[in-house]
Design a protein around this ligand. Sequence first.
Ligand code: UDP
Length: 354
Amino acid sequence: MAERIANVSGQKVLLIDRRPHIGGNVYDYKDKNGITVQKYGIHAFHTDSKEIWDYLSLFTEWTDYHHQALAETSHGLVNFPVNLNTIDELFESDFAKDFSERLLNKFHEGGKISVADLQNDEDEVLRRGAEILYEELFKNYTMKQWGMSVDEVDPSVIARVPIYLNRQNRYFTDKYQGLPKEGYTAMLNKMLDNPLIEVRLNTDWNDIKDKVRYDKLFFTGSIDAFFNYKYGRLPYRSLRFDIQTLPQEHYQPMAQVNHPNHPTMTRSIEHKYLLDEKSRNTTVSFEYPEAFNGKNERYYPISQKENIDLYTQYLNEAKKYPNIWFFGRLGDYKYYNMDQAVGRALELYSEVFK
Ligand code: UDP
């Protein structure tokens, strides 16, 4: 939004961030081994939108990184999200063959299906296969990630990682995929490289709101904080990262390994794979979900009816202020992917500055 306002509308922007750096949760930095670390967990860019891809391409070149992941199971590391290769890796061969054939007979090759739908299928073999996939890969990961039973989690959340009826070991199927060649922070710095944009870090909106004058205010923090929690607090899930430098070239076979049945950890990320950086050492972040408690950061809105109702109350409050707009994962209280967050900003810009 700041980039469009300055570069296209030619207006002055004051960009503030509570944190000591720009970029929110996509912020990355080079550590002492020259490895680019994604401080707030893995962000692999993917989109089907040419418009969004072309827009960001104004500020960065891309690597051709296509995200892949493995998951640790009782049968060792398997491809994740589940595809026909995962089934071969996880089940003994007769069952794997039967399971895959039945899947391909029922659903079209190259398609996808959610584990929940498969668990309710009329075919007993499909149900049995789905149950093992659920136990090995989905159940405990989801309970840890969201801190609640799987039934309470919005089904669209788990459907983000469907079962693919193909043999491409790819996390995403989008047409455009990659990572900014010099990292996200470099891309964002380029977006902000305009004398019309002033960046002030370590600055909370509440601390300066009585001291600045503005025509328009765009707020990408949490909407409940903006209104001083007058209707109550919007819940979020948070994450804790244990970032370690290890004296070995590699720790794991690829950037992301999921640990569904580990008691507390969900993922380990080995950062050097992302931009294909070389070092005798390696940097790994171990990821532990936890509740947002006001001291850690907000990561995931929790899509449940009472939370959406609370958000809507704040949104109605916001309507009283015609020169203030809320957007982004926190401002909209939506589990956006990066491209959706960018798309939403571009749309809002066009709406407001038409
Ligand atoms: N999930 C799972 N097992 C996994 C990975 C994901 O059960 O190994 C479920 C879990 O409920 C998670 C959701 O799928 O919250 C979405 O996963 P995704 O990888 O898209 O999450 P993100 O990268 O946004 O944290």
